[in-house]
Design a protein around this ligand. Structure first.
Ligand code: NOJ
Length: 775
């Protein structure tokens, strides 16, 4: 069945051409004859390969010393010529890539083409919001569309494999890599995972504009103790299967071509060497057919994990089911010896090489090794206006309005606006983390966006107001990968005075504060999740001017905003919006786009509440709901003496410039039996003054189970658009599929009994209805 991507057509937001939406794995378009041809081709090729050449296919270096003209002379170039490299990553530019491919297909003995990978995480040169922001759009058409644009741009530039989607569920805002994933929820995470894979891989991997996806990091990387990157994970299997595994499995079901092993351990064995994970679960249970790649030096790191020397851990990885070794050359340097000593088998090596060759076959590289990468086309297709317009629309859809009092937003298109904050004029930080191919200096910063769109009618004044952090050394760490924060050498007092002077000349203050881009991302864990004090002090000073304040929050993680939330009239969470940041923020704050993003991850009141997530268990001593709502303490109940149980902003929360009213739920059948379908409906009415979009959310609670069940779980959502005054009936089809979970024996099934059906605007604001479902 064909579906069309119909992009959200919010009031006055740009409208884009409809594009075909993919809703099936690429493999389902491949015929049995194709599979047979592929097998015969790879069988034949393998029969001609030496042991070294097979192990060579399993080797994935980073481009390192590779620059134009050095394709052959560099160390890697020599290895390519000897057939000792299967793919290369971190190399950018169609011509550069072509030069390397030329060595592989003209100089190596068997002329096997290489694959070229890159971390194309949230766009290529045209950069979309960070993945956590993209998730906040709850718009699967846009999610798929963003991956499609990324794939096309990357492919025109020679890349045919991306290390995305990153789908690690996390309840840990201290962990910097929450910015790279879809947040805390397995259902939302699975929908995004699937649509990213469809977007990258399309229907036909060999068409030259689709690329291999790589779901990562398998598995449980988001559950590291204390939010410290790369830290130990320990988790029950029931939790793994019900709460952390679903998005990886969704990618596999969507036909993802590759899987990346995670750095962390699972059940005491690093994921890279964990046979239960990489073979028993991934291949035997989930039927994954692609290849597994390690993360960067993942094999070598097993030495530090305490699993043996390089030869031992390389053999361990191969036997676990890993096919390709990223960077560490453990396979390249030890597998031959291990084979001669009987520590690995020829069949294991053949199988790994086969899987990589099959992926190359699927990309059509044996027909045309140069099909990805065309410098002329790239110049036209990469970072063009059409793609940037899509990025602008997606960025606006990802923003979450956390607060809006006195209707300070949308701003009037007249008067004087003071635009204040450390990142107001900073293009380098707009993309956020993981932006290998981004054209940073061209990213539209906040001031540029405001001036370009409203500069004729509105007078904008700007001031820095504060540095990102008082601590210069810390700020240097926060400005990693060349994303300079332009630290101001003036004193704190001078910066504040200039900001207050500017504010006093304005009718309203737009205050952009929060994190710089690399305060989240890999190796960017924080032990505090507040806005740095320098910026809180700035907010305090500006509050004293009595001017209305609209705060724009830049962040790559949920922050504890308790100490700042009362000061501004409005808070718009912009995450890191990408290439079109300034334009998209301008669209939202001046009302061209009505915000409709919803949080994909809970914002705690304080770090002490972490981990805090909406789909928690009830416990045997839950705090009474009324006391929970009032934030009152009760002895011998599960609560804190000095903190509420509720978060500051719940999962699924996000305001609009308009208001949506929900009717009660109507249920088609309150006593269903067996495999029936139940319709649960609400009527949603836009009763405010603006047209707008709303994400209607369905949650279910299984009241009694053979194991304890969460107090609610997201089981469906629909993003709808309502003109002001308009009402729409929204219906969810509920089947026993929505009731299934992995029980104590890890059997995936549902159990008869009572279910609480909840529909609402966020996880903490829902209507209820009951059904009793029997088998
Ligand atoms: C390490 C990161 O963990 C992973 O996400 C990334 O894809 C690789 N490096 C390659 O850059």
């Amino acid at each position: 069945m064909k579906k069309l991507i119909v992009l959200a057509t919010l009031a006055l937001s740009p409208v884009f051409s409809a594009q075909e939406m993919v809703d099936k794995p690429v493999q389902s378009y491949q015929t049995a004859q194709y599979q047979a041809r592929k097998k015969a081709f790879v069988d034949n090729l393998l029969s001609k390969m030496t042991l070294d050449e097979k192990i060579g296919q399993m080797n994935l270096p980073t481009s390192g010393d590779f620059t134009t003209g050095m394709a052959q002379s560099s160390d890697i170039g020599k290895k390519v010529e000897q057939g000792l490299v299967g793919g290369l990553f971190n190399i950018k530019g169609a011509d550069k890539i072509k030069a390397v491919q030329k060595v592989a297909v003209e100089k190596s003995r068997l002329k096997i083409p290489m694959i070229f990978g890159m971390d194309v995480i949230h766009g290529y040169e045209t950069t979309f919001p960070i993945p956590l922001g993209l998730a906040a759009s709850w718009d699967m058409n846009l999610v798929q569309q963003s991956a499609r644009v990324a794939a096309r741009e990357a492919a025109f530039d020679g890349i045919n494999w991306t290390f995305s989607p990153m789908v690690d569920i996390s309840r840990e805002p201290r962990w910097g890599r929450v910015s790279e994933g879809s947040g805390e929820d397995p259902y939302l995470g699975s929908e995004i995972s699937k649509n990213m894979v469809y977007g990258y891989q399309g229907k036909d991997l060999a068409n030259g504009t689709n690329i291999l996806a790589c779901v990562k990091h398998f598995a449980l990387y988001g559950a590291g103790e204390s939010g410290r990157d790369y830290n130990t994970v320990d988790m029950s299997h029931v939790r793994m299967f019900n709460e952390y595994f679903p998005p990886y499995k969704a990618a596999v079901d969507a036909g993802v071509a590759s899987v990346m092993a995670s750095f962390n351990e699972v059940d005491g064995v690093p994921a890279t060497g964990n046979r239960w994970l990489q073979t028993e679960v991934l291949r035997n249970q989930w039927k994954f057919k692609g290849f597994v790649v390690t993360d960067y030096t993942g094999i070598n790191e097993m030495v530090d994990h305490g699993m043996g020397d390089l030869q031992q851990v390389s053999a361990l990885a191969l036997k676990a089911g890993v096919d390709m070794d990223m960077v560490g050359e453990g396979f390249l340097t030890t597998l031959k010896k291990s084979l001669s000593e009987g520590k690995v088998t020829q069949a294991e090596i053949d199988m790994a090489a086969r899987r990589i060759l099959e992926a190359k076959y699927d990309l059509g590289l044996f027909d045309n090794p140069y099909k990805h990468g065309d410098a002329k086309l790239a110049a036209k297709e990469v970072y063009n206006l059409e793609n940037r317009n899509i990025a602008r629309s997606v960025a606006a859809q990802s923003m979450v309005l956390l607060k809006n009092e006195n209707q300070v937003l949308p701003l009037k298109k007249s008067g004087t606006v003071a635009v204040i904050g450390p990142l107001v004029n900073n293009s380098m930080n707009m993309a956020g983390t993981w932006s290998v191919a981004t054209k940073h200096s061209a990213s539209v910063n906040l001031m540029q966006g405001l001036q370009a769109n409203y500069g004729k009618d509105v007078k904008f004044l700007s001031a820095k107001g504060a540095n990102i952090d008082y601590d210069a050394k810390l700020e240097e760490i926060y400005a990693a990968h060349g994303k300079k924060t332009d630290r101001d050498s003036r004193s704190k007092e001078e910066l504040l005075k200039e900001a207050v002077d500017v504010a006093n000349k304005a009718d309203v203050i737009v205050l952009a504060i929060g994190e710089s881009a690399e305060m989240s991302g890999e190796s960017s864990s924080r032990s505090e999740i507040t806005i740095p004090q320098s910026q809180v002090d700035l907010l305090n000073e500006l509050k004293k001017t009595g001017k209305p304040i609209a705060m724009i929050l830049f962040t790559g993680r949920p922050l504890a905003l308790t100490n700042v939330k009362d000061m501004p009239d409005a808070i718009l969470n912009a995450w890191f919006p990408g290439s079109e940041a300034g334009n998209a923020i301008a669209d939202v704050i001046f009302g061209k786009v009505n915000p409709s993003g919803k949080l994909p991850m809970t914002f705690p009141r304080s770090l002490g509440q972490v981990p805090i997530y909406y789909n928690a268990k009830n416990t045997g001593r839950p705090l009474d709901q009324k006391l929970t709502d009032k934030c009152e303490y009760q002895r011998f109940r599960s609560n804190y003496m000095d903190e509420c149980n509720t978060p500051l902003y719940a999962f699924g929360y996000g305001l609009s410039y308009t208001r949506f009213n929900y009717s009660d739920i109507s249920i088609s059948n309150a006593n269903p039996k067996g495999n029936q379908t139940v319709q649960a409906s609400v009527t949603v009415t836009n009763s405010g003054n603006y047209d707008g979009a709303e994400v209607v959310q369905l949650y279910i609670r299984d009241m009694v189970g053979s194991i304890t069940r969460p107090v609610k779980e997201l089981k469906g959502f629909q993003k709808i658009f309502l003109k002001k005054g308009e009402s729409k009936k929204v219906t969810f089809d509920i089947t026993p599929e929505s009731l299934k979970f992995y029980n104590g024996d890890l059997k995936y099934d549902w159990e008869s009994g009572e279910f609480d059906i909840m529909i609402g605007t966020s996880s903490d604001e829902v209507k209820h209805s009951k059904i009793n479902w029997t088998k």
